[in-house]
Design a protein around this ligand. Sequence first.
Ligand code: NAP
Length: 320
Amino acid sequence: MQNGRPIIVNLIPSSNPAHPLLKRLPEIGAVFHRDRMNEKEFREVAPHADVLISASNLKVTDEELSHYPALRMVGDFGVGFDGFDVSAIARRGLRACHTPDVLSEDVADLAIGLLLALARSLPAADAFVRAGRWPNENFPLGRRVAGCRLGIAGLGRIGKVVAERARAFRMEVGYTARAPKDVPWQYFETVKDLAAWCDALIVVIPATPETHHLINREVLEALGPKGFLVNIARGALVDTEALIEALERKTIAGAALDVFEHEPHVEAGLLKLGNVVLAPHIGSATVETRDAMAELVMENIRLALNGQPLATPIPGTRKD
Ligand code: NAP
């Protein structure tokens, strides 16, 4: 506490003053941005911190947590928590929240948008018109998505919304998950079987040690020379080296990626290719959704500071 106000340490880069959560945190407490504190200030503040704020693309390790002995909760501005040491959070008896559901519509929109951009070569079409080539050349034909088989790897909150949208586009839906769901779509035991069946594979599975490079050479081979890959999950799900090789050799037709293994660095091999569409991790990046995510984190912080169970605890952390 500082002057009776909770102390919040924020790990999210503070360079964007319009960040919807960073703007609102002062409503609750005294905010200290990690990237603006020198070591002396950090050593003074950290032992008294009540709340630690981070995001799914940042690391919250056991070592990081050891700086905050008075901590009551950790907030994740995002749904994925692959950067968080969940077992260390649980062992320390901390509450931790994330932002499920509120972003599912936007991420599903981006998945379908990327698939359409890929199938209809929208970035190339835009460049073609701007370059003044339209009067003299024919733009190559694209591929139809209506009637195609869409494989959804991960039929969780986001995957189900992708499936609903795909049905509106009259795609045939198949999926894989850890277990079959009560849905009218075909279930595949493995992602390789799903890839062999579908024309386009959308990946929306959390990054965990088990899912690292789930989309490997074998899966890409199964997807085949007419197959499209869309990754809106995490870069770690895809073996990038194998993907670049498959794209170069045209053993798959194309890929659309919102996430990368070493983001914000994008492998040079991907940047050179024409059969890819690239986005800078913008799945949830709309004004409305980022506001809703901020609101949800704020609600969880208030609950934690009142000693109440969180609205959206990270699975595996305390629920009481
Ligand atoms: P979710 O509701 O937890 O769904 C995850 C799905 O993945 C579930 O269907 C789960 O199967 C399946 N799954 C988990 N491990 C698996 C495995 N080893 N093999 C096969 N399937 C597996 O999560 P969500 O809210 O949909 O979010 C999914 C992920 O999307 C997040 O973790 C995050 O990494 C990513 N994401 C990206 C963006 C972006 O900006 N691009 C934004 C938001 C989220 P069961 O249902 O059988 O357990």
